[in-house]
Design a protein around this ligand. Structure first.
Ligand SMILES: [Zn+2]
Length: 412
């Protein structure tokens, strides 16, 4: 099969999409269900319709653009990623998999290829945890790992509920209807930037993902007692923030002492109340992210952090509550999908290596529904989630070509 990937068109679409942002270029900020997110989704729908695809949306805003196969009764082949972006992010995370997936399908259509299985391009809602504190909201609901009863309780930091926000964004219907039946997809493949430095450092065109590391999210609330920063003497204080600072150090120690480079733990959010320079902090909320490619090692870190929180709170006479936001198992990618990606690389003469995805992606949850894997392309210096995130057009085009050949093999 001789496929023509239209790199120029893809580059200009990535450029256009990056302009839907709450922060000025080159920074991209696109929070789920924000004005910019809703406008970007409308723009994307038009691109899909222009490509001759049939678009449907579910109750949480996952968007499916379908190319009907000749055998509509057999499971579809899925591809896709996300377009939401954390504050002050770059333009390639997620978007390469969404617009690259669209270009792969356009190239297959233009070549005269007729798929037996339908192909579905998916834009997943809220892969980033920015708004609701939980990542992969859309794919979690699709896979049934997250049940609608729990999702209905989700609120953002301003107290707006997911239920209200999604309806205001135009996504109605019951959240329970989002979950897909096993068999809906015969396979799923996601194209994504690596977000790490290995492919570039080893001069490889393509990474073929064999497993995806397991994230756990913890939300910790500390309550002490506040008061005037001048009047409350040091010995009488129950300063919630100083306790939180000790916890952050303990989080770092938990990851460092496993001895594995795959263990990582981060305190990324620290909300201090009342947040005044002349007031002793009475309440603090922390959010902590703990990851590893090995589940037992990851859970060991979570247990250690749990115990340290209790000990620090006891010593400082603080009240502590610890909530597990999520605790997901790592995913093993499917060998037959991995083999198809490998064949595509060989066919195209591209260098490739197998790798673990240390970041998690919608594929982690899609792997519950269907055999899945991911195609990684190099990103410069491994930088991601920042405005200088960069993937070259050559690498993006290679990734799209591998995706197109893989989709064709899976859908034939
Ligand atoms: Zn991503």
């Amino acid at each position: 099969m001789n496929l023509q990937i239209d790199s120029e068109k893809l580059a200009s679409e990535l450029h256009e999409l990056a302009a839907f942002s709450e922060t000025p270029s080159p920074s991209v900020t696109r929070i789920v269900f924000s004005e910019q997110d809703i406008a970007a989704r409308a723009w994307f729908r038009q691109k899909c319709i222009a490509a001759g695809l049939t678009v449907r949306e579910d109750a949480v805003g996952n968007t499916f653009a379908c190319w009907q196969g000749t055998d509509a009764s057999s499971g579809a082949v899925g591809t896709g990623s996300h377009i939401d972006a954390i504050p002050n992010a770059g333009r390639f995370d997620g978007t390469v998999g969404v617009l690259g997936g669209l270009e792969a399908i356009r190239a297959l259509k233009n070549s005269g290829f007729a798929p037996k299985r339908s192909m579905e391009l998916i834009l997943f809602t809220s892969e980033e945890p920015t708004r609701f504190g939980i990542g992969c909201l859309g794919s979690r609901l699709l896979s049934g790992v997250l049940k609608s009863e729990r999702a209905k309780t989700f609120k953002d930091r301003e107290g707006n509920s997911l239920e209200d926000l999604r309806r205001q964004a135009g996504f109605v219907g019951d959240l329970a209807s989002v979950e897909l039946q096993p068999g809906h997809y015969a396979a799923f493949v996601e194209l994504h930037i690596e977000q790490g430095p290995l492919l570039e450092a080893r001069n490889q065109d393509i990474g073929i993902v064999t497993s995806i590391a397991a994230p756990a999210g913890m939300r910790i609330s500390l309550t002490g007692s506040g008061g005037h920063a001048g009047a409350v003497l040091m010995r009488e204080r129950k300063d919630a923030f100083v306790g939180a600072a000790e916890i952050a150090v303990a989080v770092e120690a938990a990851a460092l002492c496993t001895g594995s480079p795959d263990s990582v733990a981060t305190t990324g959010i620290c909300d201090v109340f009342p947040g005044a320079v002349n007031s002793v902090p009475s309440k603090v909320k922390l959010e902590i992210d703990v990851r590893d490619s090995d589940l037992s090692r990851r859970d060991g870190m979570v247990t250690a952090i749990h115990e340290e929180c209790q000990a620090i709170a006891r010593r400082r006479q603080l009240e502590v509550t610890i909530e597990m936001v999520n605790s997901d198992a790592p995913a093993a990618c499917d060998p037959s999908v991995v083999a198809r990606i490998t064949n595509a690389c060989r066919h195209l003469g591209l260098t490739h290596m197998q790798m673990v995805s240390r970041a998690y992606h919608d594929s982690l949850f899609m792997s519950h529904l269907a055999p899945a894997s991911m195609i990684f392309i190099p990103c410069h210096l491994g930088l991601s989630h920042r405005p200088d995130e960069f993937a070259s057009l050559r690498d993006i085009t290679n990734g799209v070509a591998v995706l197109a050949h893989t989709l064709a093999a899976l859908a034939a």
